[in-house]
Design a binder for this molecule. Structure first.
Ligand SMILES: C[S@@+](CC[C@H](N)C(=O)[O-])C[C@H]1O[C@@H](n2cnc3c(N)ncnc32)[C@H](O)[C@@H]1O
Length: 332
């Protein structure tokens, strides 16, 4: 752990052999991170409704690929499939479902979960990276992946280096500096890997849509947002009391996404930016309220009320719904 770039340190922290994501984790109340995916099935439901509208619009073929990236347990894609089954069952036998997941243990968990949930009704293909996937037409979905890319840290012209678990700002790095200037940050995080990821996606197929949800802003504020989640407590990485050596690899580390950087990476890869909007607006536009209305008409009141409470967390102002954003791209 001596003299490495911060991005290398973060890569080891999250993806090393003993890293946070490489070792099996529970999501949810008992686990360490709690995302919109674990909040309500109606998140996946809204995506299902959107996929059906893409098929009706003629953008996605009935035998197109529906692929989740960074699926962790696979619950999100499974929710999407469950709602496609409810809304347009015949698409289940024509669409091809896929997950990009680099960890074998998680692939196995996802396979078992899909087998238990759908038997052999649904075909699921795994890829370790986007570069392995080649197809004609696809819809890609991701939740909270851009905040899980490693980053460099920048402070007034200098880039960070990690020695032991100490962070020193004493490196010259022209790439980081140029990005920091471009995104008007005199301090903050510069993500590493967006450009390559966008390029890989653009090479998968001729025509696709990509939709992703993350916490951040078009231009994230010029400050450090990098933080560690330990037992539902948020600890800023530069907190005076922080014990980085103890938290390393055991807790989630993340930062606010600068969506302008994501947008630039996709545009450089020849993919068109469609929109950026608050998650609550995106889910309402895709029809989450119609789905809740359907549940009201078809389920008993107790179930409806329970599901409504959970779904509200996704679309409530001042909570997940406003601070999370949806970004959407198309290649045509
Ligand atoms: C915060 S978790 C989100 C998990 C899940 N999508 C959810 O919402 O609960 C971030 C996920 O993104 C994955 N990830 C990060 N960078 C990735 C990349 N370049 N390609 C594929 N997956 C990636 C991680 O392995 C991890 O599973």
């Amino acid at each position: 752990m001596s003299n490495m770039k911060f991005s290398e340190y973060m890569t080891e922290w999250l993806y090393g052999n003993d890293g946070y994501y490489a070792t099996y984790k529970n999501i949810g109340k008992e686990g360490d991170f709690y995302t919109a995916v674990s909040t309500s099935k109606f998140f996946g439901g809204s995506i299902a409704k959107h996929i059906i509208s893409l098929v009706d619009e003629g953008f996605l073929a009935e035998n197109g690929v529906v692929c989740e990236i960074g699926a962790h347990h696979g619950y999100f894609l499974a929710d999407v499939i469950e709602f496609i089954y409810t809304l347009r069952p015949k698409l289940l036998s024509t669409l091809q479902f896929a997950i990009v997941e680099r960890f074998d243990a998680l692939q196995e968990f996802q396979r078992n979960y899909f087998n238990e949930s759908f038997g052999d009704v649904v075909s699921l293909t795994h890829y370790k990276s986007l570069s392995e996937l080649k197809c004609e037409n696809a819809f890609f979905i991701a939740n909270e992946i851009f905040d899980a890319f490693p980053c460099e840290l920048y402070y007034k012209g200098k880039t960070a280096r990690v020695d032991g678990h100490n962070i020193e700002f004493d490196q010259e790095n022209e790439w980081v500096k140029s990005k920091a200037e471009k995104y008007s940050k005199d301090r903050g995080e510069i993500a590493v890997g967006y450009e390559e990821f966008a390029k890989e996606m653009s090479l998968t197929c001729k025509k696709f849509e990509f939709m992703s949800f993350d916490y951040g802003e078009m231009m994230a504020r010029p400050d450090f947002s990098i933080r560690v989640y330990e037992k539902h407590k948020v600890i800023p990485l530069f907190d005076e009391e922080i014990k980085r050596d103890e938290l390393f690899g055991k807790s989630d580390i993340t930062y606010d996404v600068t969506f302008q950087h994501v947008k630039d990476a996709y545009e450089e890869a020849g993919v068109d930016f469609v929109e950026l909007k608050a998650q609550m607006v995106a889910l309402v536009d895709m029809g989450i309220l119609d789905l809740l209305e359907m549940l009201k008409d078809n389920a008993d009141e107790k179930i409806y009320k329970q599901e409504l409470e959970k779904a509200k967390m996704l679309i409530m102002p001042n909570f997940l719904g406003e601070r999370f954003k949806m970004i959407r791209f198309r290649k045509n």
